[in-house]
Design a protein around this ligand. Structure first.
Ligand code: FEO
Length: 396
């Protein structure tokens, strides 16, 4: 029998870990796995808040039954319909045929569309409440954090906000489930990577959600991924505030593509000069080796970005193209950008990188450097000049 994990006397964590899936949304690497969190309130009306990805239904049901036995589930609150949380809804409605689904006006059509379920649905709107016995749940809409139907569920007697994807993280819960049971710092990078990769496009909706949360006396944040927060709530809210305003720190991310090392050599020259100029936080990535997920996460951390690419078929190197394409999709704002590249017979990469800078409206820094064939003396100097210009901006 599982040992219950209590958030309060009658509120339980019943989530699961996934260490088998390699790519979240079939795109973002899960080197440290991911947790799908769900919560159960054992009150007069038994209430489940969100479910788990369908592949983990067995463990999930075992955890639920270890708390409520054969008692039915009366309500399933659906904060978010992405299948990593909604995947078990259809099966649960078969196991608990009288269970009422609780969602908002945007949730209902999704439940119907994904599962063909058109009944047993209670529609709630901003500020509505649902009494389940000793607890009363209240609902607040947070559209686009991360889908249009996303909402949070507030349980005032214990100060718990069931926040959906908001404040979530990549990484499994390896024994420690609450933030004071783990090395919190270990999770911060994964929290930022999760935020930047999954929610990063929606800075403005996140800001609106944070405004709503200010009115609540929050004691616990129970997200659908990552540790349950009860000791680092203020830290986490501050990080979310910074990330959603695209406020990055004093450091530089150098990301380059390089087929035979010539463009990489330019990156090395730039990095060394940055260090000589006093920049200590330098993160350098070969885009053909490091997944964009990690590079984007560091771009949310550091304000300076220097991108380099060889010309490939009169375009950017495809792996650099993939990175800038993702950054453009995400609408990442408020960065400094410098560019460099190389070519053998006709240059195009630097022009493409500068077109990217215009599209995302990042402030360009220094004079772009484009090298034909191997690096020549004047281009060494030009690379160093780019580094000096970027360092000056970062140190301002
Ligand atoms: Fe964790 Fe947007 O789903």
């Amino acid at each position: 029998m599982y040992q219950p994990v209590n958030l309060s006397d009658a509120i339980y964590y019943v989530g699961v870990n996934d260490r088998r899936t390699n790519l979240f949304e079939n795109m973002w690497p899960l080197e440290r796995g991911i947790a799908y969190n769900s919560y159960l309130i054992n009150d007069e009306k038994t209430t489940l808040i969100d479910t788990v990805e369908i592949g983990h239904i067995d463990k999930f049901l075992k955890k639920i039954k270890s708390i409520i036995g054969d008692k039915p589930i009366d309500y399933l609150v659906i904060n978010h319909m992405e299948p990593d949380h909604a995947g078990s809804i259809e099966l649960l409605t078969k196991l608990y045929p009288n269970m009422q689904l609780v969602g908002n006006k945007k949730t209902g059509p999704m439940v119907a569309g994904f599962f063909g379920i058109n009944d047993h649905f209670i529609e709630v709107a901003e500020g509505d409440t649902l009494n389940i016995g000793k607890h009363t749940l209240q609902f607040y809409m947070i559209p686009m954090v991360h889908w249009p139907e996303t909402m949070i569920t507030w349980e005032a007697s214990n100060g718990i906000v069931f926040s959906g994807d908001a404040f979530g993280s990549f990484g499994t819960l390896d024994g420690g489930i609450f933030d004071d049971e783990i090395e919190f710092e270990y999770f911060v990078d994964e929290m930022r990577r999760y935020y930047s990769n999954i929610v990063g496009k929606y800075g403005s909706p996140v800001q609106k959600a944070l405004e709503k949360l200010k009115a609540l006396d929050i004691k616990i944040i129970a997200a659908t991924h990552g540790p349950i927060l009860r000791s680092h709530i203020a830290d986490m809210i501050e990080m979310y505030d910074q990330w959603s305003r695209y406020e990055a720190g004093k450091g530089v991310v150098i990301a380059y593509a390089s087929m035979y090392g010539y463009t990489e050599e330019m990156a090395e020259v730039i990095a060394r000069e940055l260090a000589l100029q006093g920049i200590k936080a330098i993160r350098m990535y070969d885009v053909s080796k490091t997944h964009a997920s990690h590079i984007i996460s560091d771009i949310f951390k550091y304000k300076g970005v220097i991108l380099g690419s060889p010309t490939y078929n009169n375009e950017l190197h495809p792996n650099m193209e993939s990175l800038v394409n993702k950054l453009e999709h995400m609408g990442v704002q408020n960065h400094y950008l410098a560019t460099f590249g190389s070519f053998t017979w006709a240059g195009a990469a630097v022009k493409k990188l500068n077109a990217f800078a215009e599209k995302v409206k990042w402030e360009t820094v220094g004079t772009p450097v484009e090298q034909k064939h191997a690096l020549k003396e004047d281009k060494y100097e030009a690379c160093r000049a780019v580094a000096v210009a970027m360092a000056d901006k970062i140190k301002q």
